[in-house]
Every structure is written in structure tokens, then in C-alpha cells.
Design a protein around this ligand. Sequence first.
Ligand code: HEC
Ligand code: HEC
Ligand code: HEC
Ligand code: HEC
Length: 162
Amino acid sequence: MSSFKNTGHLFRFAGLFVLAFLIFLGVRGFVVPKSFGQYGHYRGNAIVDDAARPMFYAGHQACETCHADIAATKASGAHAHVNCEACHGPQAIHALADDPTAHIPVKPDSATLCIRCHAKTLAKPKNFPQVDGDHSQGMACITCHTNPHSPAMDTAAKGGAK
Ligand code: HEC
Ligand code: HEC
Ligand code: HEC
Ligand code: HEC
């Protein structure tokens, strides 16, 4: 029993832990949001907050319901996997409106649009189609690649630009 003499300091030490724990519980109750843990280890109301934010992108499925012809053209060409709004920008204001003609999107200008993705840089994977500045010979890209939704690759007809 001799080793349990003078145990006061042990109880004081344990008491400190209990006190710290109670303070922790107090602070936690104060700073942790009410909805924390409602669905998992995060603030449940985050979902409600996000859902309340305005939408900017409508998603390609929305476009395809009204512009089925363009969707079909696109699906048959090199841009099959490039989503509408990657080129047309966020269009929820047009696509999800009661009247889509209230905000008709401006047509993107191929002179600035195409090169954003196709500019030749060393950082791009080699097998990604990319062109340098001379390629377009000062013309708009769709002069030769006539349809942006399915950019033609008719070398003979365009006289071979590269
Ligand atoms: C509810 C039907 C509807 C949806 C959904 C819709 N559009 Fe439209 N869109 C129209 C109508 C109607 C017009 C105006 C008539 C026209 O030019 O075809 C139009 C016009 C456009 C134009 C301009 C056409 C021009 O000749 O200048 C673009 C670009 C366009 N839409 C892109 C999109 C994109 C991108 C989406 C998806 C984010 C989309 N639309 C979703 C109905 C729709
Ligand atoms: C690779 C970029 C790109 C993608 C992807 C794309 N567009 Fe376009 N779109 C353009 C450009 C550029 C124009 C303007 C063409 C012009 O000036 O004649 C255009 C024109 C249009 C027009 C005007 C009518 C027409 O035929 O010229 C509509 C409507 C349209 N796009 C809808 C869509 C929809 C819907 C999708 C998805 C299914 C889509 N676009 C995907 C680049 C794109
Ligand atoms: C948002 C990015 C993006 C924009 C903007 C874009 N493209 Fe593309 N383009 C792609 C992707 C992705 C592919 C498919 C690459 C693949 O299959 O590996 C592609 C493929 C192509 C091809 C086929 C190349 C081949 O070797 O088969 C041509 C040509 C082309 N694009 C021209 C254009 C033109 C013209 C415009 C402007 C109207 C344009 N692109 C705008 C992303 C883009
Ligand atoms: C004078 C006509 C012409 C113009 C303008 C033009 N192209 Fe091309 N482009 C071609 C031809 C022809 C080919 C096919 C060349 C080949 O594969 O040898 C081609 C090929 C491509 C390819 C595929 C390259 C590859 O390695 O697979 C891309 C991407 C492309 N063009 C994008 C563009 C972009 C972006 C613009 C605008 C900045 C543009 N083109 C303007 C005629 C043109």
C-alpha cells in the first residue's frame, strides 16, 4: 500500500482532466452547429444552404431536350464528349427559364473560343489535338472547321492548313 500514499496530486491531476473535458463539452455545445451529424460527420444544413444557391449551369441534358438536332450532330463528331456549357458558358438563365427566348445566349466567337482548348502547349498530353498560331492563317476556326458541334476534318476541301 506504500505506493498509494500521498495520492492527493493524482486526484488533482485527474480533476484537471475532468474540468478540461467539461470545458470542452461546454465550448463544443456552443460552437458545433445544430445540424452537425444529422446525416453523417458534417453539417446537415450545408445541403439546404447549397440547394438554396442560384444555379448557373443547367447541364447538357437540359440543352439536349430542346436542341436535339445539335445534340445529335455533336454526338457524331470529335466533340461528342465536350459538354454544351464548356463552350456556351453557364446557361441556366436560358435553359431553365419558363421562357428560354427571354435570354438567348450569344453565339460564341470561334476566333477566341477554340484556341482556349486547342492551343499548343508542352504541358498537354501529346495525343490531345492541338494547333499553333499559324494554323488558322488569320481566319476564324469555323471558316474551315465549318460546324463547331462536329468540327470537320476534311483535309482535301480545306487545302491542308498545317
Ligand atoms: C426549354 C427549351 C430550351 C432549352 C432547355 C435550351 N434552349 Fe437554347 N434555345 C431555345 C430557344 C427557343 C431558342 C431561340 C430560338 C432558336 O434560335 O432556336 C434558343 C436559342 C439558343 C441559342 C442561340 C441560337 C442562335 O441562333 O443564336 C444558343 C446558343 C442556345 N440556345 C444554347 C443552349 C444551351 C447551351 C442550352 C443548355 C444549357 C440550351 N440552349 C437549352 C430553347 C431552349
Ligand atoms: C466546341 C464548342 C461547342 C460545344 C461543345 C457546343 N457548341 Fe453550340 N456553338 C458553338 C459555336 C462556336 C457556335 C457559333 C457558330 C456560329 O457562329 O455559326 C455555336 C452555336 C450554337 C447554336 C446556334 C445555332 C447554330 O447551329 O449555330 C446553338 C443553338 C447551340 N450552339 C447549341 C448548343 C448545344 C445545345 C450544345 C450541346 C448539345 C452545344 N451547342 C455545344 C460551340 C459549341
Ligand atoms: C472546352 C474545350 C474545347 C473547345 C472550346 C473546343 N474543343 Fe475541339 N476538341 C476538344 C476535345 C476534348 C476534343 C476531342 C479530343 C480527343 O478526342 O482526344 C476536340 C476535338 C477537336 C477536333 C478533332 C481533332 C482530331 O484530331 O480528331 C477538332 C478539329 C476540333 N476539336 C476543333 C475545334 C474547333 C474548330 C473549336 C471551336 C469551334 C473547338 N475545337 C473548341 C475540346 C474543345
Ligand atoms: C484554313 C483552314 C483552317 C482553319 C482556319 C483552321 N483549321 Fe484546323 N485544321 C484544318 C485542316 C485542313 C486540318 C487537318 C490537318 C491535318 O490533320 O493534317 C486541321 C486540323 C485541326 C486540328 C486537329 C489537329 C491534330 O493534330 O489532330 C485541330 C485541333 C484544329 N484544326 C483546330 C483549329 C482551331 C482551334 C482553329 C482556329 C484557331 C483552326 N483549326 C483553324 C484547317 C483549318
